[in-house]
Design a protein around this ligand. Structure first.
Ligand code: ADP
Length: 782
């Protein structure tokens, strides 16, 4: 210590606010208060010494004697610098502890008489031990607090004066002013070290606690903040990548949609969860797109949307009547069905299945049902559906996964109680991808379908209010369990007269409307329509007819626009000009009686048709050749016919072993079309006999009937369709099985008037009518 001070002397006093100076400390002070500036100036004029005492309360601007601690530090001003705002910055060095004895009266500044206080150092081992403890505790503190530099620590550890060591360390600690003052007032160095040690301990402890708390809080904050930061970062990245709104906008929009969604709680929860998942996905991720697709489905399905049924039988009747010509029986059945539905108030009954050839109005009937109930209508085609997933949807893990057709249908309908038409239910196939019909069974089962599970949607979908209507061309290929659930309503083909009426009343007006033609702009006479029916269509229904009429409308529209004509009149002679050469020869029965060729009548899914069977006999070794894409049943039927003819060889003047010297070739032309069924039996037998005996078969006759080995004629199906086809082909007489006589009732009068029906119980009856009595032209081949 360079300065030696007198024990007592007079000094200017500088009260300090919130700060305390120990001897040996060097530090800057900013002096601004007037009194303080005066005190400083006075000191500067003398030996630059003054007394630094701390105010007990920092906030007091003009302290009295009571506000100032009496013990302070005498300091020497080393430097002085005036700052612009009228304050003075000084560099002071603490010199020695001193106590105020009394205040000297002075108006301008505080002036005091002081008594210096000697340090009471001792170098006992106890002090030494205390010093070490303090030092190591301070080290510990430095490590914890990180606010004190390691250089300070090294310089502190060099100090060997105990009092000074305590002062320096105390100056580095964030102690309360009171504690600092207490240390200043403790003249005994051992005691001072002791107090300091306690304070250090205390500080370290507080620091330790502080650290723990900090860590805990930090962890918590970190977790919430981390997510926030990451999200912000992601947004920034997305923005950088040119993605304007990023996920945020998308997700917000979905949430608003979800709020408006009316759906069961489960659905909403699921949607909310998925939106949350989506939020975390980068916009470009493929998985994000999958989730988005799923959410869209959940949000757009009409979960709680129902139309009110408004069923009134007389209204339903008039709608059915207005939309369809003929179809008396089916309409009646539909009305009965609706009446029952109304009575039981629940759609628990069987499912309607409209069965018939294409174009006979099945779809259109179903549409009218929906209309009369005031329900939405959706048509789902099941033709060629082989995969269960088409009904039930793909699991979401598949790329491009979609819900099944049923759920898609609900979306299209926009309600949960539409009429859904399952079209061509007989054309559904099953293969290794699962059996769609079993999924369909679940759809149609009233016990199960209130919670139909779609693989994609994953939530139960209530189908119990949907009214299902199905259509089929034939019932043979419908799986049994499905068939059991259905109420079949057969629709058969139309007669020419019916077609004419349908065309006049419905098809032509509809096509005109669709082509923007007024009623007068196009005139097609009845004869014209008949020509179209006869020469441009060959079908049970009216689908081709509708297409041809549409073609006429197109041509007319073109002429009206390009040639500026007012009205287009299509006379029967002009049809060819518009539709090209006729496709079918009406009444295409053979022009001449034939040998070995007989017209059969077949019934297929698309209605009735004629079928020519040709037989040639050539010398050979007894082979029976069958060609023309015949199915197994038909082949067997040919064998049976042949066996019958052989067994009765005698009857036809044939030698018993005739068949060993000839080859017989049975051919059914139009080979591309597969043919099957037993009903060509008698036709083949007739053709065989004709060929073998060289007798003519009447060109005006067509026939249908199964044959047994004994020659009995067994009943067949579809007599009505077959006779319509016979009429179309210009046939005059139809030979049919005796057992089908009661089916004649179903045949429209117009058809019965034009055709002669001959029932046959045995092939002999058939041959009697079919073979012409003329004598053979030449000798039989054998
Ligand atoms: P399907 O479903 O049996 O194949 P559609 O219902 O599609 O037949 O009928 C084909 C077209 O013929 C439709 O335009 C339909 O309106 C019309 N149509 C069929 N039958 C009738 C009918 N009896 N009266 C009026 N239009 C009919």
């Amino acid at each position: 210590m360079g300065l030696k001070l007198a024990d007592a002397r007079r000094l200017p006093l500088l009260p300090l606010r919130g700060l305390l100076v120990y001897p040996s400390m060097v530090l800057h002070l900013d002096v601004g208060r007037d009194k303080s500036v005066k005190a400083l100036e006075t000191a500067m004029m003398d030996d630059q010494m003054l007394l630094l005492c701390t105010q007990s309360e920092m906030s007091i601007e003009d302290p009295t004697q009571e506000d100032i601690f009496t013990l302070g530090t005498i300091a020497k001003v080393r430097q002085m610098m005036r700052l612009p705002n009228n304050t003075i910055r000084v560099l002071v060095e603490g010199v020695q502890r001193a106590e105020i004895v009394d205040y000297v009266p002075n108006e301008e500044f505080y002036e005091v008489n002081v008594r210096t206080i000697e340090e009471m150092n001792d170098d006992s081992p106890e002090t030494e031990a205390l010093m070490r403890s303090v030092l190591s505790q301070f080290e510990n503190y430095v490590q914890l607090s990180k606010k004190v530099s390691t250089e300070t620590l090294t310089s502190v550890s060099d100090i060997d004066e105990p009092g000074r060591l305590a002062d320096v360390i105390a100056s580095h600690l964030p102690l309360k002013l009171k504690s600092k003052q207490e240390l200043l007032e403790t003249a005994d160095t051992k005691e001072r070290l002791d107090k300091l040690l306690q304070m250090l301990n205390n500080e370290s402890e507080v620091l330790e606690l502080e650290r723990e708390i900090n860590q805990r809080v930090k962890k918590q904050i970190e977790k919430t903040q981390k997510e926030y930061y990451l999200r912000e970062q992601m947004k920034a990245i997305q923005k950088e990548l040119g993605d304007k709104d990023g996920r945020a906008g998308e997700v917000d929009e979905l949430r608003t949609q979800l709020e408006k969604l009316e759906a069961p709680e489960k659905v909403k929860e699921k949607a909310a969860k998925e939106i949350e998942r989506l939020e975390k996905m980068p916009t470009t991720s493929a998985e994000g797109a999958v989730i988005r697709n799923y959410i869209d489905w959940l949000l757009t399905l009409p979960w709680s949307n129902y139309t009110e049924d408004d069923l009134n039988l007389s209204k339903a009747e008039s709608i059915l009547e207005a939309d369809h010509y003929g179809l008396e029986k089916p309409k009646e059945r539909v009305l009965e069905y609706l009446a029952v539905q109304q009575l039981v108030k629940r759609l628990k009954g069987p499912i309607l299945c409209l069965v018939g050839p294409p174009g006979v109005g099945k779809t259109s009937l179903a549409r009218s049902i929906a209309k009369s109930l005031g329900r939405q209508f959706v048509r789902l085609s099941l033709g060629g559906v082989r995969d269960e997933a088409e009904i039930r949807g793909h699991r979401r893990t598949y790329v491009g996964a979609m819900p099944g057709r049923i759920v898609q249908g609900l979306k299209t309908a926009g309600t949960m109680n539409p009429v859904i038409l399952l079209d061509e239910i007989d054309k559904m196939a099953s293969d290794f991808r699962g059996d769609p019909s079993s999924a369909l069974l679940e759809v149609l089962d009233p016990e199960q379908n209130n919670s139909f599970s779609d693989h994609f949607i994953e939530l139960p979908v209530d189908l119990s209010n949907v009214m299902f209507v199905t259509t089929a061309n034939t019932v043979h290929t419908i799986p049994r369990p499905l068939l059991d659930r259905m109420e079949l309503i057969p629709l058969s083909g139309y007669t020419e007269l019916e077609k004419l009426e349908i065309a006049k009343r419905h098809l032509l007006p509809k096509q005109k409307r669709e082509h923007g033609l007024s009623e007068e702009q196009l005139a097609v006479g009845e004869d014209g329509i008949q020509r179209v029916i006869r020469e441009y269509t060959r079908e049970a229904g009216v689908r081709q007819l509708e297409q041809r009429l549409a073609a006429l409308c197109r041509k007319a529209a073109k002429r009206i626009v390009s040639e500026n004509v007012e009205q287009v009149v299509i006379e029967p002679e002009l049809i060819e000009e518009h539709l090209g050469i006729p496709r079918y020869r009406y009444g295409m029965a053979e022009q001449e009686h034939q040998i070995g060729m007989v017209t059969g009548l077949a019934w297929t899914e698309v209605g009735g048709d004629t079928l020519n069977i040709e037989v040639t006999v050539v010398p050979g070794s007894g082979k029976l050749l069958l060609t023309g894409k015949l199915g197994d049943v038909m082949k067997e039927s040919a064998q049976a016919a042949f066996s019958y003819v052989r067994s009765k060889a005698e009857q036809w003047d044939l030698k018993e072993d005739f068949h060993e010297k000839v080859d017989i070739h049975i051919h059914v032309p139009e080979g591309a079309i597969p043919k099957d069924g037993p009903s060509a039996g008698i036709t083949m037998a007739t053709a065989l006999v004709s060929a073998l005996t060289n007798r003519y078969v009447s060109k005006d006759i067509a026939m249908t009937g199964e044959i047994t080995l004994r020659g009995r004629v067994l009943p067949i199906g579809g007599l009505k369709e077959k006779s319509l086809a016979a009429l179309r082909a210009g046939i005059k007489t139809v030979i049919f099985p005796q057992d089908n006589v009661r089916d004649l009732e179903d045949i429209p009068d117009s058809v019965r008037q034009e055709l002669t029906f001959i029932p046959a119980a045995h092939v002999d009856d058939v041959l009697k009518h079919a073979l012409l009595p003329e004598p053979p032209l030449q000798q039989p081949v054998m």
